[in-house]
Design a protein around this ligand. Structure first.
Ligand code: G3I
Length: 446
């Protein structure tokens, strides 16, 4: 039986990381403590992601951490406008594909970043204005979203379109000057191109509920929802430092946006600092997300401090040597003490009889949590520690996340799982598309 406990905020180094949610009730964890961020988030119906720089994937320390810890990937730069359309109507997907393929080959999902943005435009686009720019922008959205159709969990359709400061106005840019409706036009084009992807508006400095920029984005989302503009989610970049600390009302912000009927995602998290102060701020962010039913997941903006766009601020979860920081431990502990999202869950875990297996080992399947769109499964192997398990799912099912295993795909519905040093039990998430059939397992020794 779950005990209920009050979630207590942390006041750290003069920064109150309390959120206004001292009244938020979280249940204590019901699942066993997972050993990686992605695994723990998945047990709670969420993802834990990371921004990947394609050029760093050849660094084995980097790739090992990224593969082990995360189940969602964003391309740090490789899917931006200058990367994907360097010359007008000449598209270049090689760098983006490297990251998307790495993610898919390792059982991870992909957040698309980003389709329309005033920054990192190719030179030809920077020089455009007016109706020709509007057409070029929509063409870009359509072509890139079509190319990646079916491979993207969520798209940052429009990035950073509001001004900082107290005006609450749109940011001046060549895109804004094409007309105030450029944002909704981009969302409609993205929906037409990839109807399955969640479509997000993504911005920074939108964390404090009382700030004019937060309010302005809120009003836009409210307006879009009331007029049927296809928006599914709001991304909160969450780049924090001493000048822009985690606000005390962060939970309020996430909850108020979610109450508009959109998902909320923390999309580029990094917090400058070190030690317990940094760790407690990270903990507060994770707790705030877990306290909001529609907070789907958290992405950190890089693997190690030295990989960060602001490396001198040591803002990430691993140090330059790839060791876990106190912030990592705080994040994992916060995830592990959250409970599975009750409103998304339609049932608790139950065990099954062993599935037919052969070849020197036995793989046993247990049902995990179930949600409207996906379910978790757990496989326990006996008879060998050097096993190869195939997991076959039934169309339209798709495995969208794995934990405590190294997985590869022989075809879109056959996953091969091997030990990754985490023991003889592994888990996975299946997006079921309405088909609740249990996966079929085989086990053999390597
Ligand atoms: O790859 C080239 C290299 O060949 C060249 O020698 C060097 C010289 O400056 O530049 C390198 O490219 C840099 C690239 O990062 C890769 O390191 C670009 O100059 C630099 O502008 C680029 O910065 C990126 C920044 O977005 C650009 O706006 C950061 O990596 C990236 O982390 C950052 O990410 C943004 C999000 O997209 C949106 N939200 C804010 C976030 C942080 O600024």
């Amino acid at each position: 039986m779950n005990k209920q406990r009050r979630w207590r905020a942390a006041a750290v180094a003069g920064i109150v990381v309390a959120m206004t949610a001292t009244t938020v009730i979280l249940g204590q964890g019901t699942s066993s403590a997972a050993s990686t961020l992605g695994a723990s988030a998945a047990e709670r119906g969420r993802y834990f992601g990371v921004a990947i720089a394609g050029s760093r994937l050849s660094d084995s320390t980097y790739a090992t951490i990224a593969n082990r810890e995360f189940n969602m990937v964003s391309a740090e730069n490789e899917m931006k406008l200058d990367a994907t359309e360097p010359n007008q109507n000449q598209f270049s997907f090689g760098a983006g594909d490297q990251i998307v393929n790495w993610a898919r080959n390792n059982g991870k999902q992909v957040r698309g970043h980003t389709l329309a943005w005033h920054s990192q435009q190719p030179g030809w686009m920077q020089r455009m204005e007016g109706s020709s720019l509007r057409s070029a922008m929509l063409n870009h959205v359509t072509r890139v979203a079509t190319y990646y159709k079916g491979k993207i969990h969520s798209w940052d359709v429009v990035n950073e379109a509001f001004a900082d400061g107290s005006s609450g106005a749109r940011r001046d840019s060549n895109l804004q000057r094409t007309g105030n409706d450029w944002i909704e036009a981009a969302f409609r084009a993205a929906r037409a191109a990839d109807p399955a992807a969640k479509l997000c508006y993504n911005d920074y400095n939108t964390d404090n509920w009382s700030h004019a920029k937060t309010q302005a984005v809120y009003r836009m989302v409210q307006d879009f929802k009331s007029r049927g503009v296809p928006i599914d989610c709001v991304g909160f970049q969450a780049h924090f430092n001493s000048g822009n600390p985690v606000p005390s009302n962060y939970h309020t912000t996430l909850q108020n946006f979610a109450s508009l009927g959109v998902d909320v995602q923390i999309t580029e998290l990094d917090i400058e600092g070190s030690g317990s102060s940094q760790a407690e701020q990270y903990r507060g962010i994770v707790q705030a997300c877990l306290a909001v039913t529609r907070c789907n997941g958290i992405t950190v903006w890089g693997v190690r401090d030295t990989d960060s766009w602001r490396a001198s601020g040591t803002p990430l979860l691993f140090n330059g040597s790839g060791q876990k920081k106190a912030a990592y431990d705080a994040v994992l502990a916060a995830l592990n003490s959250g409970q599975p999202n009750p409103s998304q869950s339609t049932g608790g875990p139950s065990t099954s009889p062993s599935n037919p297996s052969g070849g020197g080992c036995t793989a046993t399947y247990s049902e995990g949590q179930k949600w409207n769109d996906r379910f978790n499964g757990q496989v326990t192997v006996t008879g060998s520690s050097n096993w190869i398990v195939t997991v076959t799912v039934s169309s339209p099912q798709r495995v969208i996340a794995t934990w405590n295993t190294t997985a590869s795909w022989d075809s879109s519905n056959v996953m091969t799982a091997r030990p990754n040093g985490s023991g003889n039990s592994f888990g996975f998430t299946v997006q079921h598309g309405g088909n609740w059939t249990w996966p079929a397992l085989t086990c053999r020794t390597a």
